[in-house]
Design a binder for this molecule. Structure first.
Ligand code: ADP
Ligand code: MG
Length: 618
């Protein structure tokens, strides 16, 4: 709750809306004790007094009634009626939605078809028809507005409930022996509440407007009682000569609806756990860079990463996700990064391509050289020409990286045409060639298929084909085989290996699996908690790991050939990026830890054939 309020408070517009609404609500609550003149007291001798009069601050209307008094009483009435209508619609609509969604079957059909019938009438017309049948009065206007809004809640909530009922945690709850009613109350209801709250907060303003609309037409509040809508209706006839009688209630309606909508949007954003900062922040197309100095290029490598450091800003604090990352990849070379999940592999890869979302991320130190160009200093247009053309990226999950509604052919052709001035026919021919290159046996058939129609291994091959489509120099592959089974994994590794040899491609290959890495790469980097702990030739590191972490990782992977089937997991968990550790970050879980490991920063040093960040090597 506190978290929710602080998130809401950080959204300036929502805060403004909340303050406006709070002021109006307080004003409505204290209206009875304000010692105002009777809002319905008629005094035709004092008709149409202009505002800023001594006795009538906001003037009088066509019957000489005090506008200020009528405005405050009217606001109170409008707020209460609009809010009650919204509450009524929300409760009934959500109940119907939950019942229909969770029970399904015939009941669902009956409820939803009734709702469909309600929805098939034009909205306003239906409200008018209901009031016409029930007779004009404020209560009936409330009922009409509530009824026409029930379908909105019912449909929203039913949709969410259906998704929830089919989810695994509900199945788990069933397995644990909970009854249908318990599941409804303890599992489904808490999960649909945010949806109801959001729908409520974003529609209550609209419903105030609708009740005011009915009153404006004379179908809501009846004289002498008046709400903002009927005040507007009364003022309409003298709009030109005495504008204050309609302008004042109009402005009030505007302020209320605007305030509620701003607050409603804020509530929606604050309830969405994906929007960390409490408001919708769109990440920029490139990562922010804030460096003091730019490290110079030191080698002739195709890609040189120098002291790279990336931070994330979480709740006003900045945390380093990776630091001091330095490595090179030559043309035609494959370099692998291994480490447990959370060790900073993806952040490293994404930082190289400036794909870390900013906010919350930013590159706070280091440089990335591609040939003679420093990538982190490039303009967006320059970067666009490199990303996808010279540097391609393969993501872990092939299903989510493909557009679900477009055919494979369409997506390949689009990728090719984005960077080259080719005709569709030529791009199509190239696409088929690429599919053959990644060993897809029936490329023409696959060109016309949608991503969901083909297997995971095929999808990942298509992603590789896409990555190849513009003849890149470097492919960054972030756990490209993790979502695949071992046989398909072997095929994909083979394809990547062949491409590297045939095309002279450089590959940055990321995996958490040392076995996989040893098959594809001559050099490896072992990462732990955002730092490189060991870096060198794969053979040497695998034969004789020096860092206790590398050794522990090796002990975790079964080796079927040497009959070493017993695996020993590493005790404990890797540190979170929010943890401040001086010295070795692995010390907490290390069997060779001494007191000096945690005393001062451990630097990475060159030892014989490799680089190592450890003072007590294995
Ligand atoms: P992995 O090695 O599994 O690819 P990542 O590079 O994704 O690990 O993550 C490294 C660390 O950075 C993790 O501790 C993670 O919590 C943090 N991190 C990654 N992305 C974000 C983000 N968008 N916001 C905050 N922290 C992040
Ligand atoms: Mg990752």
């Amino acid at each position: 709750m506190i978290n929710f309020i602080s998130k809401l408070g950080r959204n300036k517009l929502a805060l403004f809306g909340a303050i406006v609404i709070l002021l109006i609500v307080i004003l409505s609550i204290i209206t009875p004790v304000l010692n105002l003149v009777n809002p319905n007291e008629v005094n035709t001798a004092n008709r149409f007094i202009k505002p800023f009069n001594e006795t009538h601050w906001l003037g009088t209307d066509h019957l000489g009634r005090d506008v200020l008094s009528r405005l405050l009483w009217g606001t109170q009435l409008s707020l209460v009626v609009g809010f009650l209508a919204a509450l009524f619609a929300a409760v009934i609509g959500s109940l119907l939605g939950i019942i229909a969604g969770s029970l399904g079957g015939r009941l669902d059909n009956i409820i939803m078809r009734t709702i469909d019938v309600l929805m098939s009438f034009p909205y306003v017309l239906l409200a008018l028809a209901i009031v016409a049948v029930l007779g004009p009065s404020l209560m009936n206007a409330l009922i009409a507005v509530a009824i026409v809004n029930i379908p909105f809640f019912a449909r929203n909530v039913r949709g969410v409930t259906i998704t929830l009922t089919n989810s695994d945690f509900i199945n788990a709850s069933r397995l644990s022996g909970r009854s249908q009613t318990e599941i409804l109350f303890f599992e489904i209801f808490p999960n649909v509440t945010p949806v109801i709250v959001v729908s409520f907060s974003t529609t209550v303003g609209w419903m105030i407007l609708e009740t005011a609309g009915l009153s404006f037409l004379g179908l809501g509040s009846q004289p002498p009682q008046s709400d903002l809508g009927s005040m507007l209706g009364d003022g309409r006839s003298s709009l030109i000569i005495h504008p204050h009688t309609s302008l004042i209630p109009g402005i009030m309606i505007f302020i209320i609806v605007m305030g509620i909508n701003l607050l409603g949007d804020g509530i929606r954003d604050a309830l969405d756990p994906r929007l960390n900062q409490g408001s919708l922040t769109r990440s920029k197309p490139m990562t922010d860079v804030a460096r003091v100095k730019i490290p110079t290029k030191r080698s002739n490598a195709l890609l040189e990463v120098n002291s790279l450091e990336t931070k994330f800003k979480l709740n006003k604090n900045e945390f380093k996700a990776i630091e001091n990352i330095t490595f090179q990849i030559d043309k035609g070379e494959c370099l692998a990064i291994v480490g447990e999940s959370g060790s900073g592999k993806s952040v490293t890869a994404l930082s190289i391509a400036s794909l870390i979302s900013s906010p919350p991320g930013m590159i706070s130190n280091g440089s990335v050289w591609y040939k003679d160009e420093e990538l982190l200093g490039l303009t967006y247009n320059k970067m666009r020409q490199l990303r996808g053309k010279k540097i391609s990226y393969i993501f872990q999950d092939p299903l989510t990286s493909l557009h679900p509604l477009k055919t494979i052919g369409h997506q390949l052709i689009e990728t090719i045409r984005t960077h080259g001035n080719l005709r569709t026919k030529d791009a199509s021919r190239i696409s088929v060639g690429l599919l053959e290159e990644v060993r897809i046996s029936n490329p023409n058939l696959v060109m016309g298929s949608f991503p969901h129609q083909i297997s995971g291994g095929m999808r990942q091959r298509i992603i590789i084909a896409m990555a190849l489509s513009n003849n890149p120099d470097l492919i960054i592959a972030d756990e490209p085989t993790t979502a695949l089974d071992v046989t398909v994994q072997a095929q994909i590794l083979k394809i990547l290996e062949n491409l590297r040899k045939e095309r002279g491609l450089s590959v940055l290959f990321i995996s958490h699996d040392l076995n996989v890495v040893s098959q594809i790469s001559k050099k490896i980097i072992v990462m732990y908690a955002g730092e490189i702990v060991e870096y060198g030739d794969t053979d040497k590191i695998l034969n004789k790991p020096l860092h206790p972490y590398t050794k522990a990782l090796l002990n975790c992977s079964p080796d079927l050939n040497s009959k070493k089937l017993l695996i020993s997991p590493i005790p404990g968990n890797p540190p979170l990026i929010t943890e401040q550790i001086i010295g070795c970050k692995f010390a907490k879980r290390c069997s060779k830890k001494t007191s000096s490991c945690l005393e001062k920063i451990i630097l990475i040093k060159k030892i014989n054939d490799r680089q190592l960040r450890c003072i007590n090597p294995v």
